[in-house]
Design a protein around this ligand. Structure first.
Ligand code: GTP
Ligand code: IMP
Ligand code: MG
Length: 441
């Protein structure tokens, strides 16, 4: 079994009870696939931030599952949790549950009652605001940013409110006037705030979700005390983090490993292991600096071969060479104990392969990204080259059977980042994963 192999070659994971997994770049690193693989070894998979802006793709036995809210451990039938740091569109969640169940997958899901609900007025505000921006962010228009604004402003509707019509009505009475004014001021239709059909639909979904309500922090802590294992599933990636990312071109949640503790209500002393998922090159959806972006035919080749089109919006992803300077910052932000490298197969046939090892910022060579987004936007990549390979690697099962140049590339990234790459993904399928027994290397 593939993931048992991971278990036996991955001492940190086999020891661990609480593992956090996050994206180490700009999202879409292939977290969905890696979480699906790991899920076999965990009792609980818990999503801790973001909303349906995320799109995880899991491919099992040739069948593709696109998940936005239901944690990627779903396909293994594990206990799934959505923590209160998530912003949740009930309509999207309910559709996803129904789709999975119609395919015979049992969705054993618990949702924290404090989870923020994305209301239609959040989506309206998101799109009005983006239209008004001279310099766009490239939001997915799912209402994510405005739902988090309301959480921080303490003006949110929570999942628990959907299970009781009186509670929801009282909340809306309090919140509606300010929302109606904001939408009117931005030139939108204020009637969206109290639009009866959506309120009825949300309450209907609330009834169906009632039995799935769970105090997520309590459930996870009890599970850990009972020596069960928990995998915290991140969405997006380090440089979309609202605190440490490339503001303003970020999402509205904290995407890095520490966020899992805060958002799930588990203290940092419980964390055993932090897995980072990195793509063998880099992609970004939406606006914002990306020093190694390739605007030429090489970028186009990566996009086509890697099928780099957004799972949520279908937008073309910007592609570029691996950026080890950003990579280093991601290691600092997340304190990874190990890495999974994805999409190595996409680089087959490219020679030479470049890796960005430092930046030239206004004539100065730097090895760590500047804090200022504007400065990052002016950084010019300094590359080192590695020799490529031409052999098809999509069916390789053992690390030693990879072409020498492919192994050299993996080990070069490992050296630059200073963290062990314990798994190498060579295709979207579960079985297309090579586990490295580093103790024998
Ligand atoms: P976000 O939470 O949105 O950041 O997404 P994600 O990290 O789960 O990644 P997403 O599923 O959006 O994109 C990764 C894509 O690459 C999916 O279509 C996967 O099926 C595919 N994929 C994953 N690993 C590999 C691999 O090793 N090789 C190839 N060719 N495709 C892969
Ligand atoms: P928002 O989170 O929808 O507001 O989008 C803010 C920025 O984050 C935009 O540039 C999006 O393209 C990007 N973004 C949000 N979610 C994802 C994701 O799951 N993968 C990659 N980029 C994302
Ligand atoms: Mg994605």
């Amino acid at each position: 079994m593939i993931s048992s192999k991971w278990l036996s070659t991955c001492p940190a994971i086999s020891r661990s009870m609480f593992t956090i997994l996050t994206g180490a770049q700009f999202g879409d690193e292939g977290k969905g696939k890696i979480i699906d693989l790991l899920a076999e070894n965990y009792d609980i998979i818990a999503r801790f931030q973001g909303g349906d802006n995320a799109g995880h793709t899991v491919v099992v036995a040739g069948k593709k599952y696109k998940l936005h809210l239901v944690p990627s451990g779903a396909i293994f039938g594990r206990r799934l949790l959505i923590g209160p740091g998530v912003v949740l569109n009930p309509r999207v969640l309910w559709n996803e549950i129904q789709t999975l169940e119609s395919e015979g997958i049992r969705v054993d899901l618990g949702i924290d009652p404090k989870t923020t609900v994305i209301m239609p007025y959040h989506i309206e505000l998101d799109s009005l605001r983006e239209k008004a921006r001279v310099e766009k962010i490239g939001t997915t228009n799912r209402g994510i940013g405005f739902a988090y604004v309301d959480k921080i402003a303490r003006e949110e509707v929570q999942v628990g409110d959907l299970t009781d019509p009186a509670l929801l009505e009282a909340k809306l009475d309090e919140i509606a006037p300010a929302k109606e004014k904001a939408i009117t001021d931005m030139g939108g239709d204020p009637n969206v705030v109290r639009y009866a059909p959506y309120i009825d639909e949300y309450l209907e979904i609330g009834k169906k979700l009632k039995d799935r309500i769970s105090d997520v922090s309590r459930e996870i802590n009890i599970a850990l005390l009972e020596e069960k294992s928990v995998l915290a599933e991140g969405a997006q990636g380090a440089f979309l983090d609202v605190i440490h990312g490339t503001q303003k071109f970020v999402t509205s949640s904290s995407t890095i490993a520490g966020s899992a503790c805060t958002n799930l209500g588990v203290g940092p002393t419980m964390v055993d292991n932090v897995v980072g998922v990195v793509k063998a090159y880099i992609t970004r959806v939406g606006e914002g600096p990306m020093p190694t972006e390739l605007l030429d035919s090489m970028g186009e080749q990566m996009r086509e071969k890697g099928a780099e089109y957004g799972t949520t919006t279908g937008r073309a992803r910007r592609c570029g060479w691996f950026d080890a300077v950003l990579g280093l910052k991601s290691i600092y932000l997340n304190s990874y104990t190990e890495l999974a490298l994805t999409k190595l197969d996409v680089l087959t046939g490219i020679d030479p392969i470049k890796v960005c090892v430092s930046y030239d910022l206004d004539g100065q060579i730097i090895g760590y990204p500047p804090e200022s987004t504007a400065d990052l936007g002016r950084c010019k990549p300094v590359y080192e080259e590695s020799a490529g390979w031409t052999e098809d690697i999509t069916e390789v099962e053992e690390y030693d059977d990879l072409p020498g140049n492919a192994r050299d590339y993996v080990e070069k990234l490992e050296d630059l980042l200073g963290v062990e790459i314990r798994a190498v993904s060579v295709g979207p399928g579960r079985e297309q994963t090579i586990f490295r027994d580093l103790d024998e290397d």
